[in-house]
Design a protein around this ligand. Structure first.
Ligand code: SAH
Ligand code: SF4
Length: 413
C-alpha cells in the first residue's frame, strides 16, 4: 500500500487518502517524477551535494526528465559519468505502469494504467486534424456520483499524486514518440533538432476530463500542471490546457489565479430540480453561485471563453425551453461562453438515453441563434469505451443505494 496521509476535502464526509509528495519505495530510492526543480535541488543537497552542485544538477536533471523525457540517468550526457551511478543509487525516473493499451478504429487511444500501489486509472488520446488532445485523470474514481457518469459509479480510491498526473502526459509522449530524438540514449546531439516524430498526431492539448474531479485534488493537479506548463519542462502553453469541473465553486478562483488554465464547467442543466438530480453537487453549490464564480473567473475573456459542457439526455434536459433558458442565463451573467453539447454516452445500467440527433441539432441551433457557439461534440473512441464519462476501471463498484447515501452525506457535510 502507498503511504498516505489523510486530508479532508470539501463536500466529502470521510477524509480521502492522499499520497505524500514522495511515496516511499521498498528499495529506498525516490521517484523524481512529479517533483518541482526546487524539491529536486533539496533532495540532492540532503543526499550530500554542496548547494551549488545541487542547484546545477537539479537544473540539468529537470531538463532531462521533463523536456527530453529520458528514463535512465545514464542517458544524461552532460552529467559526469561518475555522477550518474550516484543518481541511480538514490533516485528513479518513474512512469505509471501500463496494464493495457487500446486503439479505436477512429484513432482514439486509451491506456489502462496502474499506480505503484496497485490502483487502476485511465487516460485517453484523441487525435484530430489540427490537434491531439490528451484526456488526463486526476483521481482514481470520483466521489461526486453524477447520475449519467460511469466514473461516478466507482468507489473513490484516492487522489492521484502530481507524479501520477504528469506521468500520464509523459507516458503519452513516450507512446507517441514525441520527445526530441536526442532524448534516446545513443543518439548524438547533432540529430536533436526538435524532431518531434509521431504518427502525425502530436499531443498539443490537455484536458483534465478523465476520471475524477480535479478541483477536489487541487494541490496535486496544480503541481502537475505547473510541470506541464514550465518552459524548461513539458512546455505546453496554459492556453492549450483545460480543466473541467462539475462546479466546485470555492476552488474556482484559486484555479484561475494559481494555475491559470482554461476553464470548462459541467453545467448540464438549467433548473435546480434537474441539476440537483443529475449533478448532485448542485445541492451544495447551486446554478447562480456557479455562474457567478464563472463570471469572476480570472483570465476569462472573449478571447479565452469558458466552456459550458452540456450532456444531452433524452427527455431530461434537452427541450427548446432548456436551450433558451441556457442562453438567457449565460447572457444574464455576461459570460464569455461557448457551449459544448455532448451526446450522452450510454453505459450498461445507465438511467438515461441519448437525445436524438434531431433534438441535439435543434438545441444547438437555438443556442447558436442566441449568439453563443454550441458545437456538438462527436463521440470518440466509443468502441473501446474511451468516450467522455465512460472511463471506469474494474475497481470496486458501489451499489446505487450506497452511492445515493454517500452523495446525500457529502452534500450535508
Ligand atoms: N469531474 C469533472 C471532469 C471529468 S468528467 C467534471 O465533471 O467536469 C468530463 C466530462 O464528461 C464532464 O463534462 C462530464 O459531465 C462528462 N460526462 C460524464 N459522463 C458522461 C457520459 N456518460 N456521456 C457524456 N458525457 C459525460
Ligand atoms: Fe465525477 Fe465528473 Fe463523473 Fe461527475 S461527471 S461523477 S464530477 S467524473
Amino acid at each position: 500500500m502507498a503511504d498516505t496521509t489523510l486530508m479532508s476535502i470539501p463536500g466529502q464526509v470521510d477524509p480521502v487518502p492522499v499520497a505524500r509528495d514522495i511515496t516511499p519505495r521498498e528499495d529506498g530510492r525516490v521517484d523524481l517524477i512529479g517533483l518541482p526543480k526546487d524539491r529536486i535541488r533539496e533532495l540532492f543537497a540532503e543526499a550530500g551535494l554542496d548547494p551549488k552542485q545541487a542547484k546545477l544538477r537539479a537544473k540539468q536533471v529537470f531538463h532531462w526528465l521533463y523536456h527530453r523525457g529520458v528514463t535512465d540517468f545514464e542517458a544524461m550526457t552532460d552529467i559526469a559519468k561518475t555522477m550518474r551511478p550516484w543518481l541511480t543509487e538514490r533516485f528513479v525516473i518513474g512512469r505509471p505502469e501500463v496494464v493495457e493499451a487500446q486503439h479505436s478504429t477512429d484513432g482514439t487511444r486509451k491506456w489502462l494504467l496502474k499506480t505503484a500501489d496497485g490502483h487502476e486509472f485511465e487516460m485517453v488520446f484523441i487525435p484530430d486534424a489540427d490537434r491531439g488532445t490528451l484526456c488526463v485523470s486526476s483521481q482514481v474514481g470520483c466521489t461526486l456520483n453524477c447520475r449519467f457518469c460511469h466514473t461516478g459509479t466507482m468507489k473513490l480510491v484516492r487522489n492521484l499524486t502530481p507524479g501520477e498526473i504528469v506521468g500520464q502526459v509523459m507516458l503519452a509522449r513516450d507512446a507517441l514518440g514525441e520527445w526530441p530524438k536526442g532524448s534516446m540514449a545513443g543518439l548524438d546531439e547533432a540529430e536533436d533538432e526538435g524532431h518531434y516524430t509521431s504518427d502525425g498526431r502530436l499531443l498539443t492539448n490537455i484536458v483534465m476530463m478523465g476520471m475524477g474531479e480535479p478541483l477536489y485534488n487541487f494541490e496535486n493537479v496544480k503541481g502537475a500542471l505547473k510541470l506541464v506548463m514550465d518552459g524548461d519542462g513539458l512546455a505546453l502553453s496554459k492556453r492549450r490546457i483545460t480543466l473541467s469541473t462539475s462546479g466546485v465553486v470555492p476552488m474556482m478562483d484559486r484555479c484561475g489565479q494559481e494555475i491559470g488554465v482554461n476553464l470548462a464547467v459541467s453545467l448540464h442543466a438549467v433548473t435546480k430540480e434537474i441539476r440537483d438530480e443529475i449533478v448532485p453537487l448542485n445541492k451544495k453549490y447551486g446554478i447562480e453561485e456557479l455562474l457567478q464564480a464563472c463570471a469572476d473567473y480570472p483570465g476569462a475573456s472573449n478571447a479565452r471563453r469558458i466552456t459550458f459542457e452540456y450532456v444531452m439526455l433524452k427527455d431530461k434536459n434537452d427541450t427548446d425551453e432548456h436551450a433558451r433558458e441556457l442562453v438567457r442565463l449565460l447572457k444574464q451573467y455576461k459570460l464569455p461562453a461557448k457551449v459544448n453539447l455532448i451526446p450522452f454516452n450510454p453505459w450498461p445500467g445507465a438511467a438515461y438515453d441519448t437525445s436524438t440527433p434531431e433534438r441535439v441539432k435543434r438545441f444547438s441551433d437555438i443556442v447558436f441563434e442566441g449568439g453563443i457557439s454550441a458545437p456538438v461534440r462527436t463521440p470518440r473512441g466509443r468502441d473501446i469505451d474511451a468516450a467522455c464519462g465512460q472511463l471506469k476501471t474494474s475497481a470496486e463498484k458501489k451499489s446505487r443505494a450506497q452511492r445515493d447515501r454517500e452523495a446525500a452525506e457529502a452534500i450535508e457535510a
